[in-house]
Design a protein around this ligand. Structure first.
Ligand code: FBP
Length: 306
C-alpha cells in the first residue's frame, strides 16, 4: 500500500514513535472510504459498559450481537472499530485483518458513584487480538484523575514499546464541573491538551459548547477571544490545543439525535480542521440501512476539500 502525502505528513508529526506504531497509525489512516485523506470515522461500542445493554442496544436489537458492529464498521467503510475486550474477542477470528481495531482497555459503568474507570484489558490482549491501538479514558477533574493519568502513562509506555498506537478519550467530569462545565470550550481545550501532553496519538473529546467555565480562564478568553458562537471556530480552538494541529483529534457523536443535527456538527468539525468523528450511538442505534446512509453522508462531508 502506498501512503498518501497527507498520511506521510501526519506520521512525521509523531517524531518519537517506532515503525510499529507508525504502521498501526497508517493502517487506521489508510483504511476505509476516507483512507489517505487524514480524516477518520471510527465506530466506538463501549456503551454496553458505560450505559448498560438495554439503553445501548434495545433501540436496534441486532446490535446485541458483537459481530454486528464489525460488519457495520466494515460495510460503512470506516477507519476503525473500538470496543472493550469481550466484543473484540467475540469477533476476533471472523474479522481478523478486516478492519483496524482499538482495544478499549479501561471502562466505567452507570452503577458507579465515583468518576473513575477500571482497567479491563491489557496491552498483551491488544497484541494477541491484532489490534492497532489501545483506547484509554481519562476524566480530567475527577477525584481519581491523577491515578487515571498514571495508569495511562504506564499503559501508553507499554503500548508504544510494542508498536501500538494510543487513543485517549479525554472526558472532563468531577466535583467542580457541572454539565455546562464538562463540555465548555475552555475545559474541552484543556482536556484535549492534557491528552496531547500525555502522549496520545489520537485524542477524542466531545464537541465543545460556547461556554467558558473556569474563572481563571475567562480573562484570557476576553483578551484573546474565540468566535464562540461559531461551531467551526470552537473546533479550530480544540485543534490548536492539540499541539497546533500536530496531533489527530476526533469528536464524539453523543446521544442519538436527528441526522441533520449530527451532520451539522460534522460540517463544523470538517470546517474547523478536526480529523473526524467517533460515532457510536448515532450509528448502531439506528436500523442498519439508516446507519449506513448516515455514515455515508458523514464520510461525504469529510471527503470534500476544506
Ligand atoms: P457516542 O458516539 O455514542 O457518544 O460514543 C462515544 C463515547 O465516547 C463512547 O465511547 C462512550 O461509551 C460514550 O461516548 C460515553 O458517553 P457519556 O460519557 O456521555 O456517557
Amino acid at each position: 500500500m502506498k501512503l498518501t502525502r497527507k498520511v506521510k505528513e501526519i506520521l512525521s508529526w509523531y517524531e518519537s514513535d517506532n515503525p510499529g506504531t507508525k504502521a498501526n497509525l497508517a493502517r487506521i489512516l489508510m483504511t476505509g472510504k476516507l483512507g489517505g485523506t487524514g480524516r477518520m470515522v471510527i465506530l466506538p461500542v463501549d456503551q454496553g459498559f458505560e450505559h448498560g445493554p438495554a439503553r445501548s442496544f434495545a433501540p436496534n436489537p441486532a446490535a446485541y450481537d458483537p459481530h454486528y458492529h464489525f460488519e457495520l464498521a466494515i460495510e460503512a467503510g470506516l477507519n476503525a472499530y473500538a470496543a472493550p475486550l469481550g466484543p473484540i474477542e467475540a469477533g476476533a477470528a471472523s474479522f481478523a485483518g478486516c478492519i483496524p481495531t482499538i482495544l478499549k482497555v479501561n471502562s466505567s459503568n452507570s452503577l458507579s458513584t465515583t468518576k473513575d474507570q477500571a482497567v479491563t484489558a491489557t496491552v498483551a490482549d491488544a497484541l494477541r487480538l491484532g489490534c492497532s491501538a489501545i483506547g484509554f479514558t481519562i476524566y480530567p477533574g475527577s477525584e481519581y484523575q491523577f491515578e487515571m493519568m498514571e495508569e495511562l502513562r504506564e499503559m501508553a509506555e507499554e503500548a508504544k514499546s510494542v508498536g501500538l498506537a494510543v487513543v485517549v478519550w479525554s472526558y472532563p467530569r468531577g466535583p467542580m464541573l457541572d454539565k455546562v462545565g464538562e463540555t465548555a470550550l475552555d475545559i474541552a481545550a484543556y482536556a484535549a491538551h492534557m491528552a496531547a501532553l500525555m502522549g496520545a496519538h489520537i485524542i477524542k473529546v466531545k464537541p465543545p459548547t460556547e461556554a467558558i467555565f473556569l474563572d481563571a480562564a475567562k480573562k484570557t478568553y476576553q483578551s484573546h477571544p474565540v468566535e464562540v458562537k461559531d461551531a467551526a471556530a470552537r473546533i479550530a480552538h480544540i485543534v490548536k490545543a492539540c499541539f497546533n494541529g500536530r496531533r489527530l483529534v476526533v469528536f464524539s457523536g453523543g446521544e442519538a439525535k436527528g441526522a441533520d443535527a449530527l451532520l451539522g456538527e460534522v460540517r463544523a468539525i470538517h470546517a474547523g480542521g478536526g480529523n473526524g468523528s467517533i460515532v457510536g450511538r448515532n450509528a448502531f442505534q439506528r436500523p442498519k440501512e439508516e446507519a449506513l446512509k448516515l455514515l455515508a453522508d458523514i464520510i461525504d462531508v469529510y471527503k470534500t476539500k476544506a
